[in-house]
Design a protein around this ligand. Structure first.
Ligand SMILES: [Zn+2]
Ligand SMILES: [Zn+2]
Length: 382
């Protein structure tokens, strides 16, 4: 199938400048983005075509080759022997994430493309931080303040890397572009890749005298206090992203994010599994037999909890909705109460005699104290 003209694909004429190419691309790409057209094969093909056109027309070098030679100038497969698929060094989806981070990531900062060809300025790295929460803070939600250490422009030199009062010179490695180009030859022709210049770290400038604070790097790690609203129901392992508070990016690129990893402390009484909480309640043998009312701790405070007469050990009772707010759904979990009947291990002489009497009335007329003489002496003096 014959390839459509790239200008036609983007609805432009041949005099289109960088700005109108970019804006035409955005409009088209938004319209045919797969997220907006799920399962639509035609939109997907169109999107691919738009992306491919933009990859060429947004790069001054590729654009000029395309203007002169048409598809043969930029598409390795067109020049390849036999016209095979030839995807060597050519992927219409390459750089996809970079382009889209710009409108889906919220930062439409200009300058990313300016003078730097297709290659986008690199965004800053994300910063990870662990924030501890008490069990009840996680249950009820809270506001948390904590410190992070992110990369920032050096306050002494304002990011230039030069000692105040001294100047900078153009980087000789990259001639000030901040980028170096590598050409790779393949069967289908030459493929150019671009990388950040390692001499000037992409700034295009070299300080005449390096700043003492940042040793000429232009960036330092600085402390910043952040405050976040922690939603009710978070658990250990949940991550909250604070956008744009991570490390500073290259000029024109957005900052990274801060990823807050929550760690919830255990509770002295409750165990948690997702939105549900579990609790053991210990009662005595007479309480289990005769029934009672005990005070029970719940997430909403203390309640009176009825133990029916004849309760067996390991009976589980449920307070529906007595658990934790479900972070990924609706409503709340439940509160499960496991009733444990404690078998006494220590009693007074009087209690022992009463138990023997009880046993006799319960069909064991021969019930007697089965302990050794030694045990009885030990009990009597304890
Ligand atoms: Zn500095
Ligand atoms: Zn350089």
């Amino acid at each position: 199938m014959a390839k459509r003209d790239y200008y036609e694909v983007l609805g432009l004429d041949r005099s289109a400048d960088e700005k109108s190419i970019k804006s035409a691309y955005r409009k088209q790409a938004m319209k045919y983005h797969p997220d907006k057209n799920p399962g639509d094969k035609e939109a997907e093909a169109k999107f691919k075509e738009i992306n491919e056109a933009y990859e060429v027309l947004s790069s001054p070098e590729k654009k000029s080759r395309y203007d002169q030679f048409g598809h043969a100038g930029v598409d390795p497969s067109a020049a390849g022997p036999g016209g095979g698929p030839g995807f060597e060094g050519f992927d219409p989806f390459s750089g996809f994430g970079d382009i889209f981070s710009e409108f889906f990531g919220g930062s439409a900062a200009g300058g990313g493309y300016g003078g730097r060809g297709f290659q986008r300025a690199r965004p800053g790295d994300d910063v990870d931080v662990e924030v501890k929460l008490t069990f009840m803070e996680a249950v009820n939600g809270t506001t948390k303040e904590f410190a992070i250490y992110h990369l920032d422009n050096c306050p002494t030199c304002n990011g230039s890397g030069a000692k105040p009062g001294t100047g900078t010179s153009t980087c000789s490695t990259c001639q000030g572009s901040g980028q170096v180009r590598y050409s790779q030859r393949s069967l289908f022709g030459e493929h150019i890749s671009v990388a950040e210049c390692s001499t000037c770290h992409g700034s295009g400038k070299i300080p005449d005298e390096p700043c003492e604070t940042c040793k000429g790097k232009g960036k330092v790690r600085r402390k910043k206090t952040l405050k976040v609203n922690v939603p009710a129901g978070v658990d250990t392992g949940n991550i909250l992203t604070v956008q744009g508070e991570g490390d500073i990016g290259e000029t024109g690129a957005p900052r990274g994010d801060v990823r807050v990893h929550f760690k919830v402390e255990p509770h002295k009484t409750f165990r948690r599994e997702g939105p549900h909480i579990y609790q053991d309640v210990h009662i005595s043998f007479p309480q289990a037999t005769l029934g009672d009312e005990v005070e029970l701790e719940t997430l909403e405070g203390k309640i009176k909890f009825k133990i029916p007469a004849g309760t067996q050990s390991q009976t589980v009772r449920k307070i529906t909705g007595g658990g934790i707010t479900n972070l990924h759904g609706y409503g709340k979990g439940d509160h499960f109460i496991n009733i444990v009947v404690d078998t006494p291990t220590k009693f007074t002489e009087k209690q022992r005699d009463l138990l023997i009497e009880l046993a006799k009335t319960m069909g064991d007329p021969d019930a007697k104290d089965n302990r050794s003489f030694f045990d009885r002496v030990k009990d009597a003096i304890s």
